[in-house]
Design a protein around this ligand. Structure first.
Ligand code: CA
Length: 352
């Protein structure tokens, strides 16, 4: 193991020791995620490269880990995109994504002022075909201190490799802006649900769905006797089959959402739903696209899991099911199972 892959591990060491070794954090699968080897494993591209000072460099002054970080500069308008090379991942596996950023310029008010930065993870199958993308936007306000982003991401079952993309752009930006990135990691996330952890169940037919598009129907196979149905024979619109839960009861910790879903038929490779978990503050903290192949059989409810980590200032959290318009789908409940509640040490190590 090289130095640069050891260094980011120290960030999470408190987590490993803080809860008696329940976490088994493997090394990150992102090559040179801390930019200690300069641009090895990364490439950048420019939009409107004629702008003086627009660009990407390795910064040895600012760093969250080691002695270097990636610096993306936007003097006026234009864009810079930093992209990692693709690295192998295991399909169907959960990964803990942690990365750190800081910024100058952007917006003085905190609302959008023409400058935008985000991170994206693309999944690819063995043939290199894009299997989907997850990610999130960063704060519009400048953040002079290094801040961590943390989320659990679930590699699609057919994923064989993945890559990070960080686009930073200024369309009508009033402030020259600089964005730094460091300690980008993706680690296999092994934590199992703890014994006796709390759980919360939301019955979607109680009203947590888009009622202008979908219907509550009787379903004797569910505990409540009701479910929400989406049938492409009658509905030609993609919409939220579940959402609006806005639950505030989570202490900072690791959780697993179980979406109880059923499909009417099992065609090959059809999009059924996309799932996402959205806190009030910050972008979504996990998302996944669910294909018909992921269901064992038609007409039987199955719990589709999606794991997530909640920080100290998440606000409410919403659990959504977005129907893709192709396969008859029922949703019964969303159940959230506690995996681990973080103590002060873990919160400090992961979020501060
Ligand atoms: Ca570094």
């Amino acid at each position: 193991m090289s130095i640069q892959s050891i260094v980011p591990a120290t960030v999470l060491l408190a987590v490993v020791t803080g809860i008696g070794g329940a976490y088994q954090l493997s090394p990150s699968v992102v090559p040179n995620g801390s930019f200690e080897e300069g641009m090895t494993g990364w490439k950048s591209s420019m939009q409107d490269p004629a702008q003086a000072g627009l660009g990407m460099s390795i910064d040895e002054t600012h760093h969250r880990d080691g002695s270097r970080s990636a610096q993306l500069s936007l003097p006026k308008h234009g864009g810079v995109t930093l992209t990692s090379e693709r690295f192998p991942v295991e399909g169907g596996r959960d990964y803990l994504c942690v990365l750190y950023t800081r910024s100058e310029g952007f917006s003085r008010t905190g609302s959008y002022d023409g400058v935008n930065a985000q991170y994206l993870i693309d999944w690819f199958d063995a043939e290199g075909k894009n299997m989907g993308r997850v990610g999130s936007g960063f704060s519009y306000a400048a953040r002079p201190n290094w801040e961590g982003e943390i989320r659990v991401v679930s590699a699609p079952a057919s994923a064989a490799s993945a890559g990070f993309t960080f686009p930073v752009s200024a369309q009508e930006g009033k402030l020259p802006s600089v964005f730094w990135i460091d300690a980008v990691s993706l680690r296999p996330w092994e934590l199992d649900a703890k014994q006796g952890g709390k759980s919360w169940t939301f019955s979607i037919s109680d009203g947590y769905f888009s009622q202008s598009t979908f219907r509550r129907v009787a379903d004797d196979t569910t505990p409540s006797g009701f479910a929400v149905i989406a049938n492409p024979r009658f509905i030609n619109k993609k919409d939220y089959m579940a959402g609006g839960i806005y639950f505030r009861g989570f202490p900072p910790g690791a959780y697993r959402a179980l979406y109880k879903l059923k499909i009417g038929e099992k065609p090959e490779g059809k999009l059924v739903v996309s799932l996402d978990i959205n806190p009030q503050m910050g972008g979504n903290i996990n998302a996944s696209i669910i294909l018909s192949d992921q269901f064992e059989k038609p007409r039987v409810y199955q719990d589709i899991p999606l794991r997530f980590v909640v920080g100290p200032n998440a606000g409410y959290v919403d659990f959504r099911v977005f129907w893709q318009g192709e396969v008859t789908t029922w949703v019964d409940t969303v159940t959230i199972v506690e995996e681990e509640v973080f103590g002060e040490n873990e919160i400090q190590a992961l979020f501060e």
